[in-house]
Ligand binder design. Structure first.
Ligand SMILES: *Cc1c(COP(=O)(O)O)cnc(C)c1O
Length: 409
């Protein structure tokens, strides 16, 4: 592995820092590194590998499609792509007139949603503080983190970041004064649960208020479910959970991460005729988006989630992780938040990086999503026994005490 790491650092651009391990194969919720060590994968390629690794149904679907028809361009349709679009519209409960646009990634899905917002002819796009929407220029404009944005300014204009989970701040952004000063709002873009910000869920009622305000002002409500979608929180979409979405329908949902079970594929679901026709012929495009291999991967992933009752598994295993880790009462653990299998273990000290390293040494892949939070986003196939191993890790976890800081007299 040392040799691979050395070669990586000479050949791969240093945007991610050195790799934590070099991995060579996977099966189910486990992966193996180049030295033959096994890890329980509780990150799943950042909430991507919904079915775990090397799932036979997914492997067979991708190989069969690639061996039949691998790519055709969007001058042509394929049965696989059409079937996936129909399947997504059904899972999303999208009304008549709804349509799908396919992409290869989450940022591209949000890029398309941004272009839809521009097509309303209105100047302002609202997004939330803490929000993460991707790294291409439009999606980056929606992303709030200064360290990601500032090196790339000027970004596409008109984006305003409003306070997270604050209905009054949203009302203010839609107020007559704000509209008079800065113009009408084209769209509000939100994640039902902010993943990269440390698994922060919106309060019940926020999305309902957001739906009311956007509808009242003719603005689009865009839900970025790139991380929360495709079963991650225990329902197909996070907004479908009554205590989070309150039964609302958005105008646009973006998906990616889990959709292809590890194969790159994203989608924009436009709800109803108005949203579905904002991008007209020639106004957007993609070479790879909607290609039949990606569509086959997504259809297989959705099929297995349904066939194997994985939404139920997400809810029950997620709950036992949450309860188990909380009940273990480790003094380093302040609590667990999140939904389904998108969880953050909150720490009492800013030692997430050390905890992630200790986990890796113990054979668990977790993610230090914030200085004081560990994100768990395991495959949706995680078993109760595997969840017990995770609970045991957090029960036994101990780090050296911090150096006492010098006190001046
Ligand atoms: C990961 C993520 C993105 C970006 O997706 P990529 O496929 O990395 O471009 C966008 N939005 C959210 C909420 C994400 O978690």
């Amino acid at each position: 592995m040392q040799e691979w790491t050395e070669r990586y650092t000479h050949a791969v651009m240093d945007t991610f820092g050195p790799p934590q391990r070099v991995l060579v194969r996977g099966e189910g919720a486990y992966v193996w590194d180049a030295d033959g060590r096994r890890y329980l994968d509780l990150l799943a390629g950042i909430a991507v590998n919904a079915l775990g690794h090397a799932h036979p149904t997914l492997t067979a679907a991708v190989s069969a499609q690639l061996g039949t028809l691998g790519h055709v361009s969007n001058f042509f349709g394929t049965p696989t792509q059409i079937a996936l679009a129909e399947r997504l519209l059904a899972l999303c409960g999208a009304p008549d007139g709804s349509r799908v646009f396919f992409t290869n990634s989450g940022t591209e899905a949000n890029e398309a949603a941004f272009k839809m917002a521009r097509r309303t002819g209105r100047p302002r796009v609202l997004a939330l503080e803490g929000g993460f929407h991707g790294r291409t220029m439009g999606a980056l404009a929606l992303t709030s983190k200064a360290a990601y944005r500032e090196p790339f300014e000027p970004l596409p204009g008109g984006v305003e970041h409003v306070r997270f989970d604050d209905v009054a701040a949203l009302e203010e952004a839609f107020s007559a004064e704000a509209v008079a000063a800065r113009g009408e709002v084209a769209a509000l873009v939100v994640e039902p649960v902010q993943g990269e910000a440390g698994v922060r869920s919106l309060s019940p009622g926020y999305l309902v208020a957001a739906r009311e305000l956007t509808a009242q002002h003719g603005a689009l409500l865009v839900l970025d479910e790139v991380q929360t979608g495709v079963g991650r929180t225990g329902s197909w979409l996070a907004v479908q959970q009554p205590d989070l979405g309150g039964g609302i329908l958005p105008d646009v949902v973006t998906l990616a991460k889990g959709l292809g079970g590890g194969f790159p594929v994203g989608a924009v679901i436009a709800y109803g005729e108005r949203a579905a026709t904002l991008l007209g012929r020639g106004q957007h495009g993609t070479t790879f988006g909607g290609n039949p291999v990606a569509a086959a991967a997504a259809l297989a992933t959705l099929g297995v989630i349904e066939r194997d009752g994985l939404l139920e598994n997400v809810r029950t295993v997620g709950q036992s992780l949450r309860e188990g880790i909380t009940a273990a009462g480790n003094p380093l653990v302040a609590g667990v938040r999140g939904r389904g299998l998108l969880l953050a273990v909150l720490l009492t000290r800013p030692v997430a990086a050390e905890v992630a390293r200790a986990a890796l040494d113990a054979g668990l892949i977790v993610n230090a999503v914030a200085p004081d939070a560990i994100r768990l986003a395991p495959p949706l196939v995680l078993t109760p026994e595997q969840a017990r191993d995770v609970v045991a890790f957090f029960a036994d976890l101990s780090l050296p005490e911090p150096e006492p800081t010098e006190t001046r007299t």
